[in-house]
Design a protein around this ligand. Structure first.
Ligand code: NAD
Ligand code: UDX
Length: 505
């Protein structure tokens, strides 16, 4: 499907796809694809391409040797259901993880799948996307590829018009190569990445050169129905990715805002969400109230859009989208305050068990997880926090908590912080368990912060017996059976629902 662009920014930037569509052209043959960035997107995306296209050699390059070694080992650097099977099946055949840059240079198509975090310094600090990794990729490509024709694909999420910068850099050196730039943002969600990639709602390709667009489409069309491959101009493609994430996050923030109202009025957020989602214009997905959304994308991409709007002097637009983040912060703080309040306004020295540290189930990723922010609030009140997560390592949890407590969560956590007062506070008050029953034993309260399925299976009668009384359970994901828990004897708080005891304590 070709989406016409009626608002081309300038002649130079005009989308020429419609004109070129009529002329029959020899298809560009793609024999080798490289991806720069072996992360949560690069790894799974390229692995799926390798399983679907056995005749294409797929190279995943990263400058981080440790990461590449892990991809080449028995223990992959990321956990994602279904990933290990396909990597083991294709690795060494047409799927290769490497730090050898020449493999990139030799490829026909080069994906840029490097990180684009929020800038934590200088102009745009805390809002703008830091494009230094994308820029350094472009410079390295320009300086190493001397001739031939290459399709450069922006897979990273970037602000609209980043492709201009990439193009300017690629064309600024001595290279005689022809570079065509495409935008092909990724819509996978962690935890379901493999099925999302195997059966995407759509594949979005933005670009100017029809032949390159066709070549990239032909790769996806090996397994994605043609009508789901959408082509647009570059700017629409770049912007659509940001807007999609903003709108998904906006739905969650809307329900989280309403959950606070439910708690005041006696309405039930799950009933409201069900009733509202039944309207086919609204739909039922992404209406699950929670302790707040996390993950590496939502906040960063909203901030990115907010910065863009401000940059183009649209403060009303910026303010509108920034509200999504404000509600998310409000929800996290509200939850932590509720815990402190219910525990008689003091958690100092009390054992609190946190179930779940990953930002959602079925991933080991902790980036921007609400658990970090809830634990921070409790740690500031000097609680003794015992954390259990089925996939997140102790090393990761301690690193995250030290970063946030030292106020350098968005930036580099330097070694000198190791010995700071805040790091010592983390060391002496955060405990990571590999056994959930041990983490819950003797606790004043249990906090469910990630919706892992196994949390629903525990023997809560046994748990209750081993806890301090009154025994509190704060379900930040609304996944547990409240009636059963109350029958056992727990005091239960769930998001957007009436409390067991409406009185203060
Ligand atoms: P990541 O941090 O997991 O991986 C990025 C990798 O790029 C790292 O391994 C890093 O070492 C490597 N890298 C950075 N600069 C490099 C360079 N110059 N040369 C070689 N390697 C380099 O990031 P991610 O989660 O995979 O995200 C990548 C991009 O995809 C981001 O723009 C993100 O917004 C976007 N995205 C992420 C998701 C997701 O669920 N994580 C989903 C859709 C889109
Ligand atoms: C998101 C987008 O869904 C994906 O399309 C994009 O490519 C990357 O960003 P991801 O962050 O991996 O994916 O996971 P997602 O399933 O979107 O969940 C994000 C956060 O929202 C998680 O913390 C999740 O628990 C939370 N969430 C999700 C809710 O609180 N309620 C919901 O109804 C859905």
């Amino acid at each position: 499907m070709l989406v016409d662009d009626h608002s081309s920014p300038s002649d130079q930037e005009k989308n020429t796809t419609t004109d070129q569509e009529e002329q029959p052209q020899q298809p560009l043959v793609i024999k080798k694809i490289a991806c720069i960035g072996a992360g949560y997107v690069g790894g799974p995306t390229m692995s799926v391409i390798a399983t679907k296209c056995h005749d294409i050699q797929v190279i995943i390059y990263d400058m981080n040797q440790q990461r590449i070694d892990a991809w080449n080992s028995a223990e992959l650097p990321i956990f994602e259901p279904g990933l290990e099977e396909i990597v083991m099946e294709r690795r060494g055949k047409n799927l290769h993880f490497t730090t050898d840059y020449q493999q990139v240079v030799d490829s026909d198509v080069i994906f840029l799948s490097v990180n684009t975090p929020t800038k934590y310094y200088g102009v745009g600090k805390g809002r703008a996307a830091d494009l230094k990794y994308v820029e350094s990729c472009a410079r390295q490509l320009r300086d190493t590829i001397k001739s031939g024709r290459k399709i450069i694909v922006e897979k990273s999420t970037v602000p609209t018009r980043t492709s201009i910068a990439v193009k300017r850099i690629l064309e600024s050196g001595e290279s005689k190569a022809r570079f065509d730039i495409l935008s092909n943002p990724e819509f996978l969600a962690e935890g379901t990445a493999i099925s999302d990639l195997q059966n995407p709602d759509r594949v979005l390709i933005g670009g100017e050169d029809e032949e390159s667009i066709r070549a990239l489409s032909s790769v996806y069309e090996r397994w994605v129905p043609k009508e789901r491959v959408i082509t647009t101009n570059l700017w629409s493609s770049e912007l659509s990715k940001l807007v999609a994430n903003c709108m998904l996050a906006q739905r969650i923030s809307s329900m989280n805002a309403i959950s606070a109202l439910c708690e005041k009025t006696g309405a039930d957020i799950q009933q409201v969400s069900f009733a509202v989602g039944k309207d086919t214009r609204i739909g039922s997905k992404f209406l699950q109230a929670s302790v707040g959304f996390g993950g590496s994308c939502f906040q960063k991409d909203i901030l990115n859009l907010v910065y863009l709007a401000d940059h183009y002097n649209l403060p009303e637009v910026a303010k509108y989208f920034y509200g999504i983040i404000e509600i998310n912060n409000f929800q996290r703080e509200r939850f932590a305050k509720k815990v402190i309040h219910k525990l008689f306004n003091t958690v100092s020295g009390k054992k609190i068990c946190v179930l779940g540290f990953a930002f959602k189930k079925d991933t080991s990723d902790t980036r921007e997880t609400s658990s970090i922010f809830v634990c921070k609030s409790l740690l500031e009140e000097r609680a003794k926090i015992h954390i259990y997560d089925p996939k997140v390592t102790k090393k990761q949890i301690m690193y995250d908590m030290k970063s946030i407590m030292n106020d350098c969560y968005d930036g580099d956590f330097s070694a000198k912080m190791e010995s700071s007062r805040e790091s010592e506070l983390v060391e002496s008050n955060i405990f990571v368990s590999t056994d959930p029953y041990e983490a819950m034993s003797d606790a004043h309260a249990i906090l469910v912060l990630t919706e892992w399925d196994e949390f629903k299976q525990y023997d809560y009668k046994r748990v209750f017996e081993g806890m301090k009384k009154p025994a509190y359970l704060f379900d930040g994901r609304n996944i547990l059976n409240r009636k059963d828990l109350e029958t056992i004897g727990f005091d239960v708080y769930q998001i957007g629902k009436q409390e067991s005891h409406m009185a203060d304590w």
